[in-house]
Write a protein that binds this ligand. Structure first.
Ligand code: UDP
Ligand code: MG
Length: 312
């Protein structure tokens, strides 16, 4: 078995995971060794501020041919960390997973089996999620919204990063070159024969989630604006509706003025309507801003991420 040509590549983003890396290494290598196929593990350190970098160096020293480490120059986000791995994979089947052991590595053989059955993308949905109630709530709302806005992207559980992709799909994703992206959605755009399997979900092995409220909102905007023009179209639609009703309203006020005479008592009602409309305009501006912001990021053509060093 030549280690220069692995069959499986596991790509893992790492951000402040010093407490889990040892355990991750143990469980992941146990599972992959038992599978008996040549493999590599690519870990991207996404600018961790703890000891993760040192620990990754140690893991690399332990198995220099199998464990490859990419060190980012700063924090570029989970999806960019995975992208950097994608640009370097050598395997035929590429698995992505989180470093925090919320996706049990023991489920990998299940994904590999599904890939070998001929699928080009295997998504996993978490069974019995161990997350805080508000994360579950946000997820649920998000899933509903996504199914409604982007029916093409059929997946039960976009928050689960344990997934498998065929090499051709990964190469396409790496070549896409977008600065803000959402990997599972991107993969589905390119997939011809995707499937989904259920996997167990565990509590974070240590530490706390890196996604606070703000990051979750950012991340939802990335998904929605990255794959749909729906929010922009909603505002066109609202605009049409409002124009129509204001027209009716103006005609009514005009007629009223002619028949009954000028009205003054309704001034505050008008204020209320006005404030409501200003609210909608501001919201619309915000949405347009989100899209323009992304266009701006793309046209600047800055590198998506900066790699400080690579251990391999
Ligand atoms: N992660 C990353 N960069 C970040 C945030 C997170 O590479 O800016 C990694 C993190 O180390 C983990 C995965 O992405 O492997 C998922 O992060 P986390 O567990 O915090 O998210 P959650 O499971 O709460 O969605
Ligand atoms: Mg997690």
């Amino acid at each position: 078995m030549s280690q220069s040509n692995p069959y499986i590549s596991v790509v893992i983003p790492v951000y402040n995971e010093e407490k889990t890396l040892q355990e991750l290494y143990r469980r992941l290598t146990n599972t992959l060794d038992a599978l008996g196929k040549p493999y590599e593990i690519i870990l991207t350190n996404d600018g961790s501020k703890d000891q993760s970098s040192k620990l990754l160096q140690e893991l690399h020293n332990r198995r220099p041919t199998q464990i490859r480490v990419i060190e980012f120059n700063g924090n570029f986000g989970q999806h960019m960390a995975i992208m950097a791995g994608f640009e370097r994979v050598r395997g035929e089947i590429i698995i992505t997973m989180d470093a925090d052991l919320q996706n049990p590595p023991e489920e990998i053989p299940k994904l590999v089996a599904a890939m070998e059955a001929g699928h080009d993308v295997v998504n996993a949905h978490r069974e019995g999620r161990q997350d805080s109630w508000w994360r579950l709530f946000v997820s649920k709302m998000h899933n509903k919204m996504r199914a409604w806005m982007m029916p093409r992207l059929v997946m039960q559980d976009e928050g689960c990063m344990l997934r498998a992709y065929r090499r051709s799909i990964v190469d396409l994703m790496a070549a896409t070159g977008e600065a803000t992206t959402f990997i599972p959605a991107l993969a589905l755009n390119y997939a011809s024969n995707p499937t989904e399997v259920g996997v167990a979900h565990e509590e974070r092995f240590a530490g706390t989630s890196n996604y606070g409220f703000y990051k979750l909102i950012r991340y939802n905007f990335d998904l929605v604006t990255g794959f749909s023009l729906f929010p922009l179209q909603v505002f066109t639609f609202i605009g049409i509706l409002i124009s129509f009703f204001s027209f009716v309203f103006v005609v009514y006020l005009g007629l009223r003025r002619l028949i009954i005479g000028p009205e003054v008592e309704g001034v505050f009602t008008l204020f209320a309507i006005l404030f409501f409309l200003i609210g909608i305009v501001l919201l619309g501006l915000g949405v347009v801003g989100e899209y323009i912001g992304r266009i701006y990021q793309e046209v600047r053509k800055r590198p998506r991420f900066v790699i400080r060093k690579v251990l391999e």
